[in-house]
Design a protein around this ligand. Structure first.
Ligand code: FES
Length: 341
C-alpha cells in the first residue's frame, strides 16, 4: 500500500477561509513522511460515489517545525478544500501520499526571490522559513493579496522580519490599496531582486504575469501550478501486477537511489518507470500519474527514456536530467535514477 496515514492534531484558522492542518504521521509512517521545503501532500477526499485526491502544499519547514502542516484555502465549489474546511477536525486520520514535488530550492545558501499570491504563500512559507533557519541566504518576498484580512501568516511573517532584518524583506501588494497586480508593479517591487532564482506560486493569471515579467528580466522562474486530479491515484496499476506480467519486451533494469539506499529492479518492455518501481516495492513518490504535477520527478543519471506526456518540466529541468517517472518509457536497457538529488 502506497498511502500513508496522518492524524490531524490541530486545525488552525488562519483567515476566514483558510485552515491549516497540523499532522502527526502514524507510527511506522514517520520516515516516509520526510519532505523538502516547498513540497506538497496529496490528500484522499470523499467524492460522490467514491474517492478523489487533492494536492495541498506544506507550509511547515522540515528544519523548524516538529510536525508537518498543510494550509487549505476554500475554493468556490472546490470538492477537497470545502470538505476539509467544513469537516476535518482534530483527531481525524487522513490518507495521504508521500510528500512530493520539485518546487524546492537545491540550496538554502542561494539568495532567493519568492513571489506569492493569496494561498500561494503556502509552499513559499516553507521555503522561506527553511532558508532563514538552515542557510545564510537573503530572501525577498513579494506577497499579493486582496486586502489586509486575507493575508495568511501575517503575524509569522512580521516576527520573522523582526528576527532577520538583514536577511528577509517582505513587500505586500494589496489589491485594496494598489489595485490589481500589474507588470509595472511587479517590475518595480520584484525587479531589484530579479538576479536571484524566483519561486512563484499563486492564481494562474497572477503567476503568468509574474513569470512573464521576471523572465523578461532574465530571471530563472520556478512556478508551482496546482490543478484538480482526474483519477484516484490512491488506486494504482501496481495493484494489478498481472497486467505488467503479460506485457512483452525484453527485460531491462533500473538502478534507483532513494533515501540514501541503492537497489536494482527489473524493467519490462513498454512499462512506465513508476509502475516498474512500485511493482518492485520501491516507495517512489507520485500524485497525478498524468505528467502534470512533478510529484514523481527524479533525475536520470545514466540511460535514456521518452516521456509520454509532460506539462510540468521546462527545458531547463529536462536539460538538468529531470524526468517524470509516471510518463517515462525505456529507450536504453539500463537506467540509473536518483530521488536524492
Ligand atoms: S505523478 Fe504527477 S507528473 Fe508524475
Amino acid at each position: 500500500m502506497t498511502a500513508l496515514k496522518a492524524r490531524v492534531v490541530e486545525v488552525v484558522r488562519e483567515t476566514a477561509d483558510a485552515h491549516s492542518l497540523v499532522l502527526e504521521p502514524v507510527e511506522g509512517d514517520r520516515e516516509r513522511f520526510a519532505y523538502r521545503p516547498g513540497q506538497f501532500l496529496t490528500v484522499r477526499v470523499p467524492a460522490e460515489g467514491g474517492w478523489a485526491a487533492r494536492c495541498y502544499s506544506l507550509c511547515s519547514s522540515p528544519l523548524t517545525d516538529d510536525r508537518p502542516k498543510v494550509t487549505v484555502k476554500r475554493v468556490a465549489g472546490g470538492l477537497g478544500s470545502n470538505w476539509i474546511c467544513d469537516n476535518v477536525t482534530a483527531g481525524d486520520v487522513l490518507e495521504v501520499l508521500r510528500p512530493a514535488g520539485t518546487f524546492t530550492p537545491p540550496s538554502l545558501e542561494e539568495d532567493l526571490l519568492l513571489v506569492a499570491g493569496g494561498s500561494g504563500i503556502t509552499p513559499v512559507m516553507s521555503i522561506l522559513k527553511s532558508c532563514l533557519a538552515g542557510g545564510s541566504a537573503k530572501v525577498a518576498l513579494l506577497y499579493a493579496n486582496r486586502d489586509e484580512r486575507s493575508v495568511i501568516f501575517a503575524d509569522e511573517l512580521r516576527e520573522l522580519t523582526e528576527r532577520h532584518p538583514d536577511r528577509l524583506t517582505v513587500v505586500h501588494l494589496l489589491e485594496s490599496v494598489q489595485g490589481l497586480p500589474t507588470a509595472a508593479a511587479v517590475l518595480s517591487l520584484a525587479g531589484p531582486y530579479a538576479g536571484r532564482p524566483a519561486y512563484v506560486c499563486g492564481p494562474e493569471i497572477f503567476m503568468d504575469l509574474v513569470s512573464e515579467t521576471l523572465t523578461g528580466l532574465g530571471a530563472r522562474v520556478h512556478a508551482e501550478r496546482f490543478f484538480s486530479l482526474e483519477g484516484d491515484p490512491f488506486e494504482g496499476p501496481e495493484d494489478a501486477p498481472e497486467q505488467a506480467e503479460a506485457e512483452d519486451g525484453d527485460a531491462g533494469e533500473i538502478e534507483v537511489e532513494m533515501d540514501g539506499e541503492t537497489r536494482t529492479v527489473p524493467w519490462r518492455g513498454s512499462e512506465r518507470l513508476l509502475d516498474a518501481l512500485l511493482r518492485a516495492g520501491v516507495d517512489a513518490p507520485f500524485s497525478c500519474r498524468e505528467g502534470s504535477c512533478s510529484a514523481c520527478a527524479c533525475v536520470a543519471l545514466e540511460g535514456e527514456v521518452t516521456l509520454d506526456a509532460n506539462t510540468v518540466l521546462d527545458e531547463q529541468d529536462l536539460a538538468d536530467g529531470l524526468i517524470l517517472a509516471c510518463q517515462a518509457r525505456p529507450v536504453t536497457d539500463r537506467l540509473k535514477i536518483t530521488y536524492d538529488g
